[in-house]
Design a binder for this molecule. Structure first.
Ligand code: NAD
Length: 326
């Protein structure tokens, strides 16, 4: 491989496929690995291994000769996948194994630098019960009490990366992503997140129809546009700060607000029907003091701008009649 080379685990996924594009623009030689190729556009990676990172031989081939590893592969999905409890064993086993393999075989191959994508889901549930004042400061992670096994696995893996840094001197960077969204993300099939799901529902509806929202819609969240996520990821990787640090937006909205934004963008008058469904925590927002302090940068793009790009992309998919993901 060339002078700066990167491995992107999860390069067939949403953030991974965008990160590959960014690394290519910066002149990296990029190798991607995933169970599947990107769904919505051909990969821009120089080399793409379709393989299972739970398998040692796949990981050994993937880490060979690279300077940096971006570990984004995980068994994940939206609330409908993470919070029902039905996938807990898979979520924990599969993602932990990917991280264990990546670090161990990466270390043995002499790879020095690692980025790990953790999540806001590691923060204690009891700090996120008040939708108006959720606490997601990095230092509030302990005593730990995430609300899902997905969050517990992320916390375990954060500690795994920090242990490898401590004991083997690896350079490790850990970001806690907060609800990333944008074009070319999953928008149907059960693993999509709130912004994509709402854009799809609005795009499919006719004036006067109603769209369904899980819960009372007063739960709060913030959403970060994909370009800013990738920007923060690259800035963190090039910094000397290991983290863990939040990469998220501080523009907090209710899910009802988010639906209204999608309707305004579409120019449609729809009513909202609140139904039972898996919800996750009551409130969540990024807290950006640490990233601003350590990187001199934080996300600043308004939610509405990202929603416009996302809505138009999803409306195009709906119009093209893209078949539902199996
Ligand atoms: P994604 O599901 O689109 O991408 C993850 C990719 O990992 C998928 O393409 C999947 O096929 C791949 N993968 C899963 N198991 C694999 C295996 N055994 N071998 C090889 N590949 C495998 O998810 P994403 O939104 O791009 O998220 C990327 C990372 O960021 C994940 O680790 C996720 O937990 C983390 N994260 C994402 C968000 C978000 O809002 N999207 C928020 C917090 C954290």
């Amino acid at each position: 491989m060339g002078s700066r080379s990167a491995l992107v685990n999860g390069a067939g996924g949403f953030i991974g496929s965008h990160l590959v594009k960014r690394l290519k623009r910066e002149g990296y030689r990029v190798r991607g690995v995933d169970l599947k190729r990107p769904e919505f556009a051909p990969t821009e990676a120089d080399e793409f291994i379709v393989g299972d990172l739970r398998e040692p031989e796949v990981v050994q081939a993937a880490v060979d000769g690279v300077d940096e590893v971006y570990q984004l592969a995980a068994d994940m999905g939206g609330a409908g996948y993470i919070f029902t409890g039905e996938h807990d064993a898979c979520v924990m086993h599969n993602s932990a194994l990917i991280n264990l393999n990546t670090l161990e075989f990466g270390r043995l191959a002499g790879v020095q630098r690692y980025f790990y994508s953790s999540s806001a889901c590691i923060y204690p549930e009891h700090n996120q019960l008040d939708p108006d004042h959720p606490v997601c400061e990095e230092s509030s992670a302990y005593p730990a009490a995430p609300d899902s096994e997905y969050g517990w696995e992320k916390l375990f893996s954060e500690r795994l990366y920090l242990s490898y840094m401590r004991n083997y001197g690896l350079d490790v960077r850990i970001a806690r992503y907060h609800n990333i969204f944008g074009p070319e993300g999953t928008w149907q099939g059960g693993r999509e997140k709130a912004p994509a799901a709402l854009c799809r529902k609005v795009a499919e509806a006719e004036d006067g129809d109603s769209i369904e929202i899980w819960g009372d819609g007063e739960q709060t969240r913030s959403f970060l546009y994909i370009d800013e996520c990738v920007e923060g990821t690259r800035r963190l990787m090039d910094s000397d700060f290991p983290g863990p640090v939040n990469i998220g937006s501080e523009e907090m909205v209710t899910i009802n607000d988010l639906a209204t934004i999608a309707m305004e963008i579409a120019g449609k008058q729809l009513t909202i029907e609140h139904i039972d469904g898996p919800l996750g925590v009551r409130g969540r927002n990024s807290h950006n003091a640490l990233i601003a302090d350590r990187l001199g940068w934080q996300p600043s793009r308004p939610l509405r701008e990202g929603m416009e790009a996302t809505y138009h992309w999803i409306a195009g998919q709906v119009e093209a009649g893209t078949p539902a993901t199996p």
